[in-house]
Ligand binder design. Structure first.
Ligand SMILES: Cc1cc2nc3c(=O)[nH]c(=O)nc-3n(C[C@H](O)[C@H](O)[C@H](O)COP(=O)(O)OP(=O)(O)OC[C@H]3O[C@@H](n4cnc5c(N)ncnc54)[C@H](O)[C@@H]3O)c2cc1C
Length: 510
């Protein structure tokens, strides 16, 4: 594959520019190399290393909360024993993919992408990135821009403005900014939060801390699952790795879809069942009604998974507890709660969430007009109405991220190949149906979603504008559905067509 070429001293040109070298960006590069081998590409990565989430988060016990048979790439069998894997193993999966695929040489580290402007006459994006080492602004041009920079801000996590934080004499840490000197051994720890990060941290820290309190405003669904899939591990002994992986992957996909459907069809029944499953793993007199019975239905927010019931075990042996209450104020020695109760602490971890980011924080304009993402409609959950040659990799909320990202990459490659075959340079999803209603991108009731959802693109009420969060449906649409569906507008801008045909612009066909 050709390397990045210089168009001028000011800008470098590639066919496809990928933003981000995390799980999605490395996956996108692999798919491009496999399905569009003649395309040149580069990855612009703001940090100085590969891996995104799986390199950034370093808190104790960092792990996946979905299984690696679906969080792993579809093209790279997951062969480790554990299905719920620790952060370093996931990072290795990403890094090995990059190394073995020769992807690393295409990555420009310390390039934070800030701006992208599309020019229809040239059928080109001009992309501006700022180098974090020199402060220099670097320009690239590309025919297709593929955002794979995740969904949250790397600058900092979200911490509510709790009263009295400044008077607390102990240490306060956010899981997104964890440093090796944060020591919890023998300490009294409070973890504020009830999401995936909190339920990961609590049992892990409880192994060596004096005591860990998980302080939550309201309960979340917590479900135990085996850390290892015994059948998958056994199958690998008899079947080729790819076949065993494929079978387990489909088993996980189908079980996940079945469970999600059940929560939609019979929310009350599933709710009762999940609460009973938690109660069965806790001491007999445990107050499940207060601490583990959410006010919402399953999958109205993410369901938290705990491998081999580790959280329940830590509660059972007394090394951890859940307190459901509100923080009135931080004090010098810990926290004062709305109920009047106080908790003494040496270390308080604010597992209070992420700050969501739209389009990887880029300013996007088309022919000089700034695009407000919130005024666009998402097309097939990956492109946006009125924005040409532009896709983003955004995973499922009710299943593993990579399932959707693999499909998105497959579709982008089909789209690029279709344009090459037909000699067309521009593809723009356009909604001309007045009956399409605009709906929020996500219908999660979680605080972190509600805080930012107004800034997100909308989804529509019908295909291809609707997000079904359904792998089987997306597989049919993105792998096998028609690329030329009457909604994606293909065109050949004048100047670009002329350049292609090496004839004067005036003579080029519109
Ligand atoms: C703690 C944690 C645990 C998770 N566990 C799971 C799980 O078990 N299952 C699951 O399905 N999902 C999980 N997720 C969601 C998770 O983020 C995705 O699964 C996946 O890692 C996302 O990969 P990504 O490459 O799209 O984004 P990221 O991992 O966020 O990587 C994005 C990369 O792009 C770079 N970048 C971003 N913006 C720019 C820019 N403007 N310019 C240049 N570079 C940029 C970043 O520096 C980063 O390297 C988890 C998320 C977190 C935070």
């Amino acid at each position: 594959m050709a390397q990045v070429q210089s168009l001028s001293t000011a800008a470098q040109h590639v066919d496809v520019l990928i933003v981000g070298a995390g799980l999605s960006g490395i996956g996108a590069a692999h798919h491009l190399q496999a399905d569009c081998p003649r395309k040149t590409y580069a990855i612009l990565e703001g940090r100085e290393t590969i891996g995104g989430t799986w390199d950034l988060f370093r808190y104790p016990g960092i792990r996946s909360d979905s299984d690696m048979y679906t969080l792993g790439y579809n093209f790279r069998p997951w062969t480790e024993q554990k299905a719920i894997a620790d952060g370093p193993s996931i990072l290795k999966h990403v890094r090995d993919t990059a190394t073995e695929g020769g992807i690393e040489k295409h990555i420009r580290f310390r390039h934070m992408v800030k701006r992208a402007s599309w020019s229809t006459p040239d059928a080109l994006w001009t992309v501006e990135a700022q180098r974090s080492d020199t402060g220099e602004t670097v320009r690239f041009t590309c025919s297709f821009l593929f955002l794979c920079g995740g969904y949250y801000s790397y600058e900092s996590g979200f911490t509510p403005d709790f009263p009295g934080m400044d008077v607390f004499k102990g240490r306060i840490a956010h899981p997104q900014q964890w440093t090796p000197d944060i020591d919890h051994a023998g300490k009294r720890v409070v973890v504020i939060g009830s999401g995936a990060t909190a339920v990961t941290l609590v049992p892990e820290m409880a192994k060596t801390a004096a005591h860990v309190t998980m302080l939550q405003r309201s309960p979340t669904y917590v479900v135990s699952a085996p850390a290892e899939d015994k059948l998958a591990n056994r199958m690998r002994r008899f079947l080729p790795a790819k076949m065993a992986y494929g079978l387990t992957r489909w088993k996980k996909v189908l079980l996940g879809m079945f469970f999600y459907r059940l929560t939609r069809k019979n929310p009350a029944g599933v709710k009762q069942r999940l609460i009973k499953m938690a109660a069965d793993q806790l001491p007999k007199d445990y107050d499940v009604a207060t601490h583990l019975t959410p006010r919402y239905n399953p999958w109205d927010q993410r369901v938290c998974l705990v491998p081999d019931g580790d959280l329940f075990k830590a509660i059972g042996n007394g090394s951890a507890e859940i307190v459901t209450d509100h923080i009135e104020t931080f004090t010098e020695t810990g926290l004062k709660l709305a109920s009047g109760k106080t908790i003494d602490a040496d270390l308080i971890v604010t597992a209070t969430g992420l700050r969501l980011e739209v389009w990887n924080g880029l300013e996007v304009s088309v022919d000089g007009v700034r695009i407000d993402p919130a005024k666009t409609l998402t097309y097939k959950g990956m492109m946006y109405s009125g924005v040409p040659n532009f896709a983003s990799s955004f995973g499922y909320t009710n299943a593993s991220w990579t399932l959707k990202c693999d499909l998105t990459c497959a579709y982008v490659c089909r789209l690029l190949n279709h344009m090459d075959k037909t000699g067309l340079r521009q593809c723009t999803p356009r909604n001309t149906d007045p009956d399409i209603q605009e709906l929020p991108w996500l219908d999660f009731t979680s605080g972190y979603v509600q805080r930012s959802i107004d800034r997100f693109p909308k989804q529509g009420s019908k295909t291809p504008w609707k997000l079904y969060q359904n792998y089987a449906r997306d597989l049919a649409m993105l792998r096998w559905g028609k690329v030329k569906d009457g909604i994606m507008e293909f065109s050949n801008p004048r100047a670009a067509a002329a350049k292609l045909a090496r004839i004067p612009v005036a003579e080029a066909a519109e």
